[in-house]
Design a protein around this ligand. Structure first.
Ligand code: ATP
Ligand code: MG
Length: 410
């Protein structure tokens, strides 16, 4: 159970805010769909022989004996929502979404059972231009967040037919090295051999390195699509590496696939992954529509942010210390009037000595402490103490204190 404590939430909100602005700059609009869907939606789209569907889904039966699953990713739900609401047929759409995803995995650094993604999906555009646009969107996002050292790998998976031809060649090769295959790979050999190329097991890397390349089996159109993609990336000045063994863990990808990774993350190095899935809309019952998208993992991205300097962005600006029960009522009023002016005010509740309250004021991150005791109250004033400057305090009339604080905080 991975909790996000308030300090972490502030870093997350920074990413979310930057992402929101970057996505809007490319014309992507937010869409929200449920965290739970019928199980068959994922089985059909992700592929019943993938790791996700075979062993990572949180699936349960509801009281109507309907099999439901907590979403392990967002593309399937997004496509379902798009089809059901008539948003995909003969239209160009750019959507983004964010939120929790659920996969039953062995928890470890960078791998959680509830994790969060921001994903984008574009529909109705089949050229590599939109693939490049999405990659440029990532580049802009990394830059805006000040994250560097991310490297981009790309590949083309071709059409399903080209993949089927390659699959035969791959299986023939893997059969010759059967003795070196680990248990997972042996299991995948018949069912989903391409996934063996995605194995993270170091012992498998030699077998993988010797495998025939998919590129040699690409159909002409996919080859041209990929060449154009590379030319556009070159033209845009994006650095990338062609990794002929990059495959994705989901069955629905076609042609372009890409992945951003960082060495700083250790074993779970992938931050963002995506590509084209031209057949999925039709597979899920819509009229055929080309599509491309990616999803980025927020838990991993947040690891790459440099720690924020100074007080948290939403820390109170003013801490109001109330000395004695007789000033609670005027104190609450004063706090409200300051909030009316747009100030962030933490009001001391629950009493306590002056020293204790000043300590709390200091810990709150506020710049100013206001001290209101019986004496100040009688003078219609409050003592203002700048916590981040030297000692000393100033008595300011209640009518003037709002402007006084706003001026100092400007
Ligand atoms: P991996 O190879 O690391 O298992 P994946 O191929 O399963 O990744 P995708 O389905 O492509 O991952 O999801 C996109 C991104 O979501 C990943 O690059 C990663 O940043 C993040 N992600 C995926 N699974 C998890 C998880 N269990 N915990 C945290 N982040 C995750
Ligand atoms: Mg995975």
């Amino acid at each position: 159970m991975n909790d996000l404590l308030p300090d972490a939430v502030e870093r997350w909100q920074r990413i979310e805010g930057v992402a929101r602005a970057v996505l809007a700059a490319y014309g992507y609009r937010e869409i929200r769909f449920p965290v739970v869907e019928k199980t068959e939606l994922f089985a059909r789209s992700i592929g019943s022989l993938t790791d996700i569907v075979e062993k990572e889904m949180y699936t349960f039966e509801d009281s109507n004996h309907e099999s439901l699953t907590l979403r392990p990713e967002g593309t399937a739900g997004c496509v379902r929502a798009g089809i059901e609401n008539g948003l995909l047929h003969n239209q160009v759409q750019r959507f983004w979404y964010g939120g929790p995803m659920f996969r039953h995995e062995r928890p470890q650094k960078g791998r959680y059972r509830q994790f969060h993604q921001i994903g984008v999906e574009a529909f109705g555009m089949e050229g590599p231009d939109v693939d490049v646009e999405q990659i440029l969107m990532c580049v802009r996002l990394w830059r805006a967040l000040g994250v560097d050292g991310l490297t981009l790998q790309i590949n083309s998976l071709g059409t399903p037919a080209a993949r089927a031809a390659y699959r035969k060649v791959l299986v023939r090769y893997l059969e010759t090295r059967r003795a070196e295959l680990d248990a997972d790979s042996l299991r995948r050999l018949d069912k989903n051999p391409l996934r063996i190329l995605d194995s993270k097991n170091p012992a498998m890397q030699d077998v993988i390195a010797g495998a025939p390349e998919l590129a040699a089996h690409l159909d002409d159109e996919s080859r041209a699509h990929f060449a154009q993609l590379r030319a556009l990336l070159d033209g845009a000045g994006v650095r990338y590496e062609v990794n002929p063994r990059l495959v994705r863990g989901l069955d629905y990808y076609t042609r372009t696939v890409f992945e951003w990774a960082s060495e700083r993350l250790g074993a779970q190095s992938a931050v963002c992954a995506g590509g084209r899935y031209d057949g999925l809309v039709e597979l899920l019952g819509g009229r055929p529509a080309p599509a491309a998208g990616f999803a980025l993992g927020l838990e991993r991205l947040v690891e790459l942010l440099s720690p924020p300097a100074g007080a948290p962005a939403n820390a109170p600006q003013v801490y109001l210390a109330l000395i004695g029960t007789s000033v609670v009522e005027p104190g609450l009023k004063l706090a409200e009037s300051l909030r009316d002016l747009g100030l962030r005010v933490e009001c001391n509740c629950g009493g306590g000595s002056l020293t204790a309250q000043i300590k709390r004021a200091d810990r709150s991150g506020a710049r100013f402490a206001l001290l209101l005791g019986q004496e100040e109250h009688e003078q219609h004033a409050v003592a203002v103490k700048d916590l981040r400057a030297g000692a000393g305090q100033e008595l300011v009339g209640l009518a003037a204190v709002g402007d006084y604080l706003r001026r100092k905080l400007a």
